[in-house]
Ligand binder design. Structure first.
Ligand code: PLP
Length: 393
């Protein structure tokens, strides 16, 4: 079915799907590493591009293609590139768009390993990186060098919940000939469409909201322009960080309910945020849906909702946060986010442990920061769980 002019929820369920000879209602798992050519000529045509037949699963596979086409429509892009993990997506983007002597500007509060791989690995190949608070556009303008190639932002950022103006970044990128890449993991295309706001490529850890059930790891990139798409696909295929057909099947199943999951999770999140905001033991809370968030207006402008991620600190600092994490029972003490279950974690000692203490503080990742991913359980139970944990501090 052509879903191009259909609504977002229709696309979630039908975009990318195709009819097979058995009339399968869902896209089956094509668990085959390689594909039979009809003839020597057909094989040659597949390799030359004259035919679009499948060759080998690292290069392409019907189940994976269905997901890639699905997400490309959701993000309003040219095409998608599915990867083994979110880091596979990020590494493919870096590999494709950076080279010796080139420079990237990135949000300082970015997913820990997305920063770590630049500082510890790409630096060995003379790739330069600057990490700035991209919520303040002047920081970006000041960081631009003659060799800057990529502007990489994450919004809302992980875990500070800082918001960066995507359209304004696109303008800066255009003026300086930079490629703007947005990590849209925290929002998903249901809440934010960076390509519509002017970005060149968008990427996800589909491990989070897009799959939504905490049962697979995966990633994806969607590019707006065919030339950038081809570069990134080349890097993904040559580095071998492809998705697996079973992963693709799982995410095709998960993505169908993205809209209703996010609606429920953000409804819960607003109530949880209001509860935390008024609790005497809570020192501060950052949730884009609260007017107290410094970029509340920007969130209203560029997002279709406020999502279900928040961070907060307790008056008793990290020790109090540790006590809370050890005394909640419904919320699972675990990294990751965006699933149907509520998760709690401590970025300074967990997801962002690889970032130096000094850089963490500069990026606003304070020791007392607790990250909370609100699930779709009954909200009374989530609040009761927090109330109980806080009462023990
Ligand atoms: C989890 C995450 C990643 C990395 O994804 P993996 O699937 O764990 O490799 C990248 N960016 C953000 C914002 C994330 O939350």
């Amino acid at each position: 079915m052509n879903t191009k002019d259909k609504g977002f929820s229709t696309k979630l369920i039908h975009a990318g799907a195709f009819d097979d000879e058995f009339g399968s209602a869902t896209v089956p798992i094509y668990q085959s590493s390689t594909f039979r050519f009809k003839s020597a000529q057909h094989g040659a045509d597949c390799f030359s591009g004259a035919s679009d037949g499948y060759i080998y699963t690292r290069i392409g596979n019907p189940t994976i293609r269905a997901f890639e086409r699905n997400i490309a429509e959701l993000e309003n892009g040219y095409d998608g590139i599915a990867t083994s993990s979110g880091m596979g997506a990020i590494s493919s983007v870096y590999m494709a768009l950076l080279g010796a002597g080139s420079h990237i500007i990135s949000s300082d509060a970015v997913y820990g390993p997305a920063r770590g791989v630049l500082e510890q690995d790409f630096s060995r190949f003379n790739v330069e990186a600057s990490f700035v608070n991209t919520s303040n556009l002047d920081n970006i303008r000041k960081a631009i060098r003659p060799n800057t190639k990529v502007l990489y932002i994450e919004t809302p950022a992980n875990p500070t919940m800082d918001i960066t103006d995507v359209a304004a970044c696109a303008e800066i990128a255009r003026a300086h000939n930079l490629i703007l890449v947005v990590d849209n993991t925290f929002s998903s295309p249901y809440l934010q469409k960076p390509l519509d706001l002017g970005a060149d490529a968008v990427l996800h850890s589909i491990t989070k909201f897009i799959n939504g059930h905490a049962d697979i790891v995966g990633g994806v990139i969607v590019a707006k322009d065919p030339a950038i798409y081809k570069k990134i696909r080349h890097s993904m295929v040559y580095m071998g960080c492809n998705m697996d057909p079973t992963q693709a099947f799982m995410v095709l199943r998960g993505v169908k309910t993205l809209a209703i999951r996010i609606e429920r999770a953000q409804e819960n999140a607003m109530k949880v945020a209001e509860f935390l905001q008024s609790h005497p033991k809570v020192a501060w809370i950052k949730y884009p849906g609260l007017k107290s968030h410094p970029q509340y207006e920007l969130a209203c402008r560029q997002m279709n909702g406020f999502g279900s991620m928040m961070s907060f600190g307790l008056k008793g600092g990290y020790e109090a946060g540790k006590k809370l994490m050890d005394n909640v029972h419904l919320a699972i003490l675990a990294v990751s986010l965006g699933g149907v279950e509520t998760l709690i974690q401590h970025p300074a000692s967990m997801t962002h442990a690889a970032v130096s203490h000094e850089n963490k503080l500069a990026a606003g990742i304070t020791d007392d920061l607790v990250r909370f991913s609100v699930g779709i359980e009954s909200v009374e139970d989530i609040i009761e769980d927090l109330k109980h944990g806080l009462s023990i501090i």
